[in-house]
Write a protein that binds this ligand. Structure first.
Ligand code: FES
Length: 104
């Protein structure tokens, strides 16, 4: 099921914010006018990825705790200590609103 979560204007380009969709914490990331959605909880420990740095050039979100960066398109981490991917969810912009569909 898809949900309107916020307007695109509410997310600064190059930043992430946490939203809860269908009870699932999701890190929503804006790069330019594109949005990406991955699980907010790091696969290594219970840390909110949306508090981390967005790498716009590589389309990744870095965990603020230990520095593993997760691909916004595959959910795979690029470095240790995280070894498992996080889930990737669908995200799109329609009429200036961000719509997210959570994959369970
Ligand atoms: S908690 Fe995210 S890499 Fe350790």
């Amino acid at each position: 099921m898809s949900n309107v979560v916020c307007s695109l204007d509410e997310i600064e380009p190059g930043t992430a914010r946490k939203v809860v969709v269908d009870g699932q914490a999701v890190a929503l990331v804006r790069i330019g006018d594109d949005v990406y959605a991955i699980d907010d909880v790091c696969s290594h420990a219970n840390v909110s990825l949306s508090d981390g740095e967005v790498w716009t050039d590589t389309c990744m979100l870095e965990c603020p705790k230990h520095g593993s960066s997760f691909s916004l398109t595959t959910g795979e981490p690029d470095t240790l200590p995280a070894t498992r991917p996080v889930a990737v969810h669908s995200a799109r912009v329609e009429d200036g609103m961000v719509i997210v569909g959570v994959t369970s």
